[in-house]
Design a protein around this ligand. Structure first.
Ligand code: TRP
Length: 355
């Protein structure tokens, strides 16, 4: 039986961090055999907040693919591809914009968060329609499962609405995807802010070296009410312990530290020191794999090209089906056939006649 489809991805804005890992990436690795997986490097999405300086995108694409490989995403099992190499996504997006009202996207919480964090006063149309483009990403390969961080749930919800709307108007073409949230839905930043994020400058990157990790951990925000080591400390809401919970496999040690912290019997420096060790133990194999992949000339380019060809042929199929359902295929497909779309126009004619 054909496997169910999974699609998720990231914007290439910089190196991946611990929040990406627990929010979504470890789920991807885990689900790679169970699902037919597509991982999108969403470079068009970067433009929604940074269209002026496009130069860094190219390197960030490469870094993101190296991140994927280093955490264990296997390009022989899964498809890793670049959004801008699949132009069908723009056409699917265009069709979707008809189904979504402006107030509907204005209500999406990520929009307000991004505008606040980046101090954007007036949202460009592209930023407003960010989640609609994301819906096109998901539905163009008929993604049914979408592993994402908690902040992305509202985007998956919109995707479901779009799919329902399409299907009820034109017939059952699109699946209603389900989000899969990671075991740590939102990892706090090193500064104690609710969310780890590169743009907030509070992230520990998967590619950070050991010393950098130690330095970031030693500088972490902790219980602000605690002045002396003997003061009873707060474990809940303390990011140092949130990271211990997420990354330290030695549960006995974590429980012991928590107990002593609450009792005022262990200092922040000790708790942080053991966290630094745990994080470095976790990151060492990831760093090693990364170094190996980075040294293979042409590897990343080849993965992107092959993956994008494959994603494109799937997107072309979905788009042809959508247009057929919408009876928009009156002149067949476009004159210049995209890979995989060959033969679609012939079949679509028949499809229409039998309706
Ligand atoms: N919006 C996602 C993020 O910022 C990235 C993304 C783009 C995505 N397209 C997607 C995630 C499709 C899941 C599915 O993290």
């Amino acid at each position: 039986m054909a496997k169910r489809r999974l699609l998720t991805g990231d914007r290439p804005t910089g190196p991946g961090h611990l929040g990406h890992y627990v929010g979504s990436w470890e789920n991807r690795v885990r689900l790679q055999d169970e699902y037919e997986c597509f991982f999108i490097v969403a470079d068009f999405h970067v433009l929604t907040t940074a269209h002026e300086d496009t130069v860094p995108i190219r390197d960030n694409v490469r870094e993101l693919v190296l991140d994927y490989l280093s955490v264990g995403i296997d390009p022989t099992k899964s498809t890793i591809y670049l959004q801008s190499l699949v132009p069908e996504v723009a056409e699917i997006f265009l069709l979707f914009t008809m189904f979504v009202s402006v107030p509907r996207v204005q209500r999406i919480p990520t929009l307000k968060d991004v505008m606040r964090d980046l101090e954007i006063e007036v949202a460009p149309l592209g930023l407003l329609s960010y989640p609609v483009l994301q819906s096109a990403d998901i539905l163009m390969v008929k993604g049914e499962a979408v592993p994402v961080g908690k902040d992305q749930l509202s985007h998956v919800e919109l995707t479901r609405e779009i799919a329902r709307r399409f299907n009820s108007l034109y017939g059952p073409v699109l699946p209603e995807p389900e989000a899969i949230v990671g075991r740590v839905p939102t990892l706090p930043g090193t500064d104690g802010k609710a969310k780890m994020s590169k743009s907030l400058g509070n992230a520990v990157f998967l590619s950070d070296d050991e010393r950098t990790v130690e330095r970031k951990v030693m500088g972490m925000f902790t219980d602000p009410t605690r002045v002396h080591v003997t003061d009873p400390g707060h474990v809940r809401g303390n990011p140092v312990f949130a990271y211990h919970d997420a990354f330290n496999p030695d549960r006995a040690e974590v429980n012991d530290l928590k107990r002593r912290y609450r009792a005022g019997q262990v200092g922040d420096v000790d708790v942080k020191w053991s966290l630094g060790q745990a994080l470095n133990d976790f990151l060492t194999p990831i760093r090693d794999r990364r170094r190996g992949f980075a040294s293979e000339t042409g590897l990343v380019d080849r993965i992107i090209r092959e993956g994008s060809d494959r994603a494109r042929s799937e997107a072309a199929k979905t788009l042809a089906e959508m247009k057929r359902a919408m009876q928009l295929d009156y002149y067949g497909s476009a004159a210049v056939q995209s890979p995989g779309a060959a033969g679609q126009s012939g079949r679509s004619r028949e499809g229409r006649e039998t309706r």
